[in-house]
Design a protein around this ligand. Sequence first.
Ligand code: G3P
Ligand code: MG
Length: 234
Amino acid sequence: MVKTLNIAHRGFSGMYPENTMQAFRKAVETGADGIETDLHITKDGAIVLCHDETIDRTTDGTGFIKDYTCRELMKFNAGHGERIPSLDELLDYMKDKNLLLNLELKNDIVHYKDLEKYTIDKIHQYGLEKNVIISSFNHYSMQKVKEYDSSIKTGLLYGLPIHKPGEYARRIGADALHPLFSLIMDKDIIGDIKENGILINTYTVNKESDMKKLIHLGVDGIITNYPNVLKKLI
Ligand code: G3P
Ligand code: MG
């Protein structure tokens, strides 16, 4: 049986401010196999890491990321005195570590033009193409990734049931499915996905009992806010 990868959701976000360098460093220190994070573009074209389209929930500021320059955004406190990191900062930190990096493009609400291209160019700049998987709830965007660079791995995020997800992923040329975990707690569904040669990285699994079930079902990766808990099980 393949080892299930331990992927820290927004970094070690269960204990540290999500999507900050502190949360990423703590995830690596706790022994996670990879990091998941969320990408947006600022007014001046920088890629930054934050979950929401606005900074209201996670910082002491308000407003949309797309309406701020990168320099303006860096002034806000994202928790524990941390700033919103740029993609460059994370890629620089990851470049000498042989870990998985799951870059989720947040382009299903705000349509950031050419986010795919800018992200892939950055991945090449840091030589991380073998370590990265790009994912999104916007599956058109995942096709764009493949059109721009077919060697970059893609994962299709979904939170509602899809009919024959394995067949679907293969048809649109994705490498992985990234389902909400409750949608795949079933041997037959996992079987369909595996038979189609598609990887499964499931989110967001925070309860030990769910982690155990998913490891037993043979998923390839578990995305969790608690990489410390998952670490003890695999
Ligand atoms: O990539 C897995 C997970 O992060 C997707 O949902 O909303 O937490 O970005 P969300
Ligand atoms: Mg995400």
